[in-house]
Ligand binder design. Sequence first.
Ligand SMILES: Cc1ncc(COP(=O)(O)O)c(C=O)c1O
Length: 473
Amino acid sequence: MLEPSADELRDWGNSVTQFMIDYLGGLRDRPAYRHTSSREIRGRLDSTLPIRGTDFNSLLKVLRETIVPFSRQNAHPRMFGYVQSPGTPIGAFADLLASTLNANLTIWRSAPAPVELERLTIDWIRQILGFPAEADGLFVSGGSMANLAALGAARHARDDSLGRLRMYASNATHFSIAKSAALLGIGRENVRHVAVDESFRMQVDDLVAKINADLASDYIPFCVVANAGTVDTGAVDSLREIREIADRFQLWMHVDGSYGAFAILAESARRLFAGVEQADSIALDPHKWLYLPVDVGCVIYRDPEAARAAFAHEAEYTRMFGEEADEAFVCWDYGPELSRRFRALKVWMLLKGVGLDRLSEAIESNLACARHLESMVRASDDFEMIAPVELSIFCFRHVPVQLRNQSPKVVDAFNERLLVALQRDGSSYLSNTMLGGRFALRGCVLNYRTTLRDMEILLDDLRRVAKSLPNSV
Ligand SMILES: Cc1ncc(COP(=O)(O)O)c(C=O)c1O
């Protein structure tokens, strides 16, 4: 098992490929989610410390009979919860190959061709976003790590010897921003929550007011975080306006595009991202809207030297000799990680193998699905939207006739029960959020398999499940 023969390897490969074929072929027939418990799953797993090995097919049997049915099926076309990509077969094969080679992308010398492939692929992403040629970046584990890296660079770029630093982000911003502020010693309390408008975009007047108030109290405003797709509603802040304000007050402008930024590839959404290329840094997640399997996030810095100033570290055991320029490229100079897996391979195989035309089409189709849901909801008399659809996230609630004159509290409680029942039912999966103090059913279309018909099935599922709720209304 530790070093299988060529024949064994071929057998394993065939079994794994057959597993993929069966799994992907049967996706639509599976429930998106199966209600279960920790006890039920543990009861099915052999918990004895394995002193002797087990043959490969027995391991696959556990995967097939326990792991798969007791997982949430993230590749299912009606898995609308959170911001969950479905993964792609080409990405899965790339992960297998990356682990086979087991390159460790610490510096160019450690993995010459893999590092070149990462730099090439990062450059393609730079071009997609329209950043200047000098911009550069890294693949990291995800959007949270990309936000942390970018804010680390931003923090380092500002002298804080004269007072406490303050940063600004709308109150619809993902929690990884506040968490980064805490980890970087900026402090959660120094992240100022800027108000949003009725479309959940940052109110720039409030941003300016907060900056001025902080200046008057001797704080040092140093950074503003704009959203290119909030996690709640998909709102894209006004990037150009925020850039102007950042320039006026000499702030670092970071864009959190972890969910939304790749929608720049879709013609119908491109205008929303005008000005993104003027940011000082951006976080984005190929493991979200490039459909890739976790994990792969990406950070791009407009001025990579600013990142190097924050992250470079010389140690005797890593000192390099006789290398210059590109061959001296040190990955850990641009982010927090040292050992890094070969994430670039799946990004490269996807972009090169699938091509931007097909990816743009898939993203466009996701946007169309969310808009279709919105128009059905608006045309119905038993659902209502709670936020406008900007990208592929939709927030709404079910208000059957009997509930129409009930208090908001009753409607919220009903929708909460409906969400749990829908998840247990398994045909469609939604998650939830709170908007303006009201409970919202929340979905996100992030799967190239999802069709307009799936959006219709979702509403049918909700109506069906609502009727079956005990004492429903
Ligand atoms: C807007 C936004 N930022 C950051 C993140 C964090 O990304 P990750 O889960 O890859 O760390 C998410 C995750 O959904 C997100 O939607």
